[in-house]
Design a protein around this ligand. Structure first.
Ligand code: E4P
Length: 217
């Protein structure tokens, strides 16, 4: 399973990248706003840091302007994934931009039918938002499972990029279902390591190392 980091915070990306945990990055207008940085400048910096796809979202809502924005974003680096919303205009932009050889991530997916349309439009990635479905008492993970079944039934190559990840259980559940990619905030990825028995076990080993004077170097 690929791990994308859902942030425009460059030091946070660099920290996880150094650990080999970063297969790509996703940003959106809210994350760019949170970074306080210029979109083109910060996106370039992230593309220089990370080898995998870096999603940068268009700001327009009409296809023609989305395509122009997508072409400009794609010039930043070879690993740019142009992110477009799941609207008819977004799908039109997706078709044109993928036909031109660009990576396209179709975002704001909340239904299996929307995911089917995105695959038919040639999307490289589909981004179903788990957490925002959970927020309104729906089962975000059911959507991931439904899309997995549909894509596998017909051999669509669009990668399922599970987004709006809020918990570590979302990540392991997505892995069990077979999502191709998860994108999660750095803090959620970092908390995947936590287990009280690891801490307790290490404390016991450290106590024995000290009492028995065990040394290697
Ligand atoms: C990723 O592409 C999305 O922009 C992101 O995961 C949305 O997450 P949120 O619902 O926590 O804002």
């Amino acid at each position: 399973m690929k791990f994308f980091v859902d942030t425009a915070d460059v030091p946070a990306i660099a920290e996880l990248n150094d650990l080999g945990m970063v297969d790509g990055v996703t940003t959106n207008p809210s994350l760019i706003k949170k970074s306080g940085r210029d979109i083109l400048e910060v996106t370039k910096e992230i593309c220089d840091l990370v080898d995998g796809p870096v999603s940068a979202e268009v700001t327009a809502t009409d296809a023609e302007t989305m395509i122009a924005e997508g072409r400009k974003l794609a010039k930043i680096a070879d690993n740019i994934a142009v992110k477009v919303p799941l609207t008819w205009d977004g799908l039109k932009a997706c078709k044109v931009l993928t036909d031109e050889g660009n990576i396209v991530n179709v975002t704001l997916c909340f239904s299996a039918n929307q995911a089917l349309l995105a695959a038919k439009a040639g999307a490289s990635f589909i981004s179903p938002f788990i957490g925002r479905l959970d927020d309104i008492n729906l089962e975000g993970l059911d959507l991931i499972a439904d899309i997995r079944t549909i894509y596998d039934n017909y051999g669509y190559e669009t990668e399922i990029l599970a987004a709006s990840i809020r918990t570590v259980n979302h990540i392991s559940d997505c892995a069990k279902i077979g999502a191709d990619v998860i994108t999660a905030p750095p803090a959620v990825i970092k908390s995947m390591i936590a287990h009280p028995l690891t801490d307790k076990g290490l404390d016991a080993f450290l106590a024995d190392i000290k009492s028995a004077n065990i040394s290697i170097l």
